[in-house]
Design a protein. Structure first.
Length: 228
């Protein structure tokens, strides 16, 4: 399977088999619970699997040990990254228990170990894992001025928050710049690319954690109503 070569990724036969099993499992489970509107083979492979692996364009994942995926939903990008980079110590935080239960079934079906599933809100989880992860990522979870306070407290100094977006986010970033600085972050780069087969654009916002600020995060109602 060569579809990931533009990302510099070549899969083993075992990894290819796991991704196909993932697709089949997702399609079956989606019949009884609303996980994704995309269920065709091309759509899942490009708009979910390929999209998840675009993270490799922003950071060398071989150099990452601890990865947190916030609001992973049906497992994107976290589970896909774990399949391709099995050394990752992956944690997934999602506030909806039925999604956590689905991910548990998925991991069992794919025989994947070394993943911690946490049913919690990110801002509450941050009080237990502050300044901990090498990399925190979130795929279309919240506007950047909200996501920064949910995610940056979880990133260790020297680590990264990478926000994955489907649309341009310059206006969001302008609103978020002050908050990113308060939270100890520094925007390092923005990586933009196109999915194959003209299936859409993707943008990765890479923020480095340069200092700690342990006064955050606040309660979610405050984060949402009064972004930093």
């Amino acid at each position: 399977m060569d579809i990931f070569k533009p990302l510099g990724i070549t899969l083993s036969e075992s990894q290819q088999a796991k991704l196909h099993a993932y697709y089949e499992f997702l399609k079956k489970e989606n019949e009884v619970m609303n996980l994704t509107a995309i269920t065709d083979l091309e759509g899942v492979y490009y708009k979910h699997f390929y999209d998840s692996l675009t993270l490799a364009k922003a950071i060398d994942l071989n150099e990452v040990t601890t990865l947190l995926d916030i609001g992973s939903g049906a497992g994107f990008p976290g589970i896909v990254l774990k399949i391709v980079y099995p050394h990752l110590k992956l944690t997934i935080v999602d506030s909806l228990n039925k999604r956590i239960l689905f991910l548990g079934r998925l991991l069992k079906a794919l025989e994947i170990e070394g993943v911690e599933l946490v049913c919690d809100r990110a801002e509450l989880y941050a009080t237990r894992k502050r300044n901990y992860f090498d990399l925190v990522t979130a795929r279309a979870v919240a506007p950047i001025e909200v996501l920064d306070e949910l995610a940056l407290p979880l990133v260790k100094v020297g680590g990264y928050l990478i926000a994955m977006k489907a649309q341009h986010f310059q206006t969001e970033l302008e609103r978020a710049n002050k908050g990113i600085q308060i939270l100890g972050g520094k925007v390092e780069s923005i990586i933009s690319l196109e999915l194959p087969n003209q299936l859409g654009e993707r943008h990765l916002l890479k923020i480095k954690k340069v200092k700690e600020n342990n006064a955050y995060p606040r309660a979610f109602k405050d984060i949402k109503s009064k972004p930093l």
